[in-house]
Design a protein around this ligand. Structure first.
Ligand code: ATP
Ligand code: MG
Length: 354
């Protein structure tokens, strides 16, 4: 489907299939069309073109209330003047369920979320995490076929956010309700998703399991968007002679025959982008075979790990090292890039070659 707002292509030919019971995450930077995609699925927006199907039924003309979805927004949107119980019960009352049935469903859901003791309070008397749980409870109690969640954890502090994402993931596994979850937080996407759809400028860049997205990013954008610190990417020329290598102008990386073979139609002289994750850069204070000389440009210690920026000629490379190595800015260090861990992209299209 596509969605235009005037000249803006908010959603551009998105083709996405979400499996029954799946936790699908839409991941991408601000403005890439995540919320619009979710609102189209919910029926809050109409697609400019394309079809939306639930199971085998086209739902383009179905009202949001008839789609059996429940949406959880970033700002929870709880009714401030209503008690937690009534916030959760409201949709069931509208549907005309009996008082007894409503009470039972709300209690069951509150039990599941550990918020039974909060049912008589008003939203203002709750912490951020508790409000979040109430917003989830309100969605769960409706027993929808699909949960649509738009950055539901983004108002929480870092610690609570990490806790809630674990709880939410466990909850979804228990309920097995198909979930489409929007975030721009790549860690959240990695830990929660069964599959991730990475979006950019209204287009889906890649769909895959977190491992596929991390280990085989389809293009430069995905490679740099997922992973922290981000993947190192630098330009290099492929040279195929008696010692095949990638030459950056500042240093060479020798290529084993197995990799040269995978490069297929790329001729000697082809300009490429080479990517390598910080954890795949080996650092040493002493020189060794295949190690490249560099100067330590920056050391960032995060406690259990150290991120070291190395300068070799014009190229800056971030490496992950144990903090005990004792690397100091301005001193020499040697690094090695493991050929089998390299990600090689076409320079022009920025698409993955190997
Ligand atoms: N109602 C609207 N009218 C006009 N343009 C809109 C409207 N809604 C969204 N857009 C535009 O469509 C694009 C996608 O917006 P969308 O809200 O889907 O992005 P997003 O990925 O959810 O971003 P964020 O992470 O910031 O929430 C943006 O360029 C936005 O300005
Ligand atoms: Mg959004």
């Amino acid at each position: 489907m596509s969605k235009l707002f005037g000249e803006t292509k908010a959603v551009d030919n998105v083709d996405l299939q979400v499996n029954d019971g799946e936790f699908m995450v839409l991941l991408g930077p601000s403005g890439c069309g995540k919320t619009t995609t979710l609102r189209l699925i919910a029926g809050l927006e109409k697609p400019t073109s394309g079809l939306i199907l639930f199971d085998d039924m086209v739902v383009n003309d179905l009202e949001p209330k008839d789609r059996r979805i429940a949406m959880v927004f970033q700002d929870y949107a709880l009714y401030p003047h209503m008690k937690v119980f009534d916030n959760m019960a409201l949709n069931l009352q509208v549907r005309g369920l009996s008082r007894e049935e409503i009470r039972r469903k709300v209690w069951e859901t509150a039990e599941l979320l550990g918020i039974k003791h909060l049912l008589e309070r008003k939203p203002a008397q709750l912490s951020g995490g508790e409000q979040q749980r109430v917003a989830l409870g309100r969605a769960i109690v409706r027993e929808p076929s699909v949960f649509l969640m738009d950055e539901p954890l983004s108002n929480l502090d870092a610690a609570l956010r990490a806790k809630m994402r674990g709880e939410l993931k466990k909850l979804q596994e228990r309920l097995k309700t198909t979930t489409i979850y929007v975030t721009h937080d790549q860690i959240e996407a990695m830990v929660m998703a069964n599959r991730i759809a990475v979006m950019r400028s209204g287009r889906v860049q890649q769909i895959g399991s977190p491992q596929e997205i991390y280990n085989r990013p389809a293009n430069r954008f995905v490679a740099e968007f997922v992973g922290s610190p981000k993947m190192n990417i630098f330009e290099a020329t492929l040279i195929i002679d008696e010692s095949p290598r990638l030459s950056t102008g500042s240093f060479d990386i020798s290529l084993p025959a197995s990799i040269v073979k995978l490069m297929g139609e790329s001729n000697s002289g082809t300009e490429l982008l080479v990517g390598v994750r910080p954890e795949d850069v080996l650092v040493s204070t002493t020189s060794d075979k295949d190690y490249i000389e560099s100067t330590i440009y920056l050391v960032e210690d995060v406690g259990n790990l150290s991120f070291v920026t190395l300068q070799a000629g014009d190229v800056l490379i971030v490496a992950q090292a144990p903090p005990s190595v004792g690397l100091k800015v301005g001193e020499k260090a040697y690094f090695k890039l493991l050929a089998e861990k390299l990600h090689i992209f076409d320079k022009k299209t920025e698409k993955l070659i190997i």
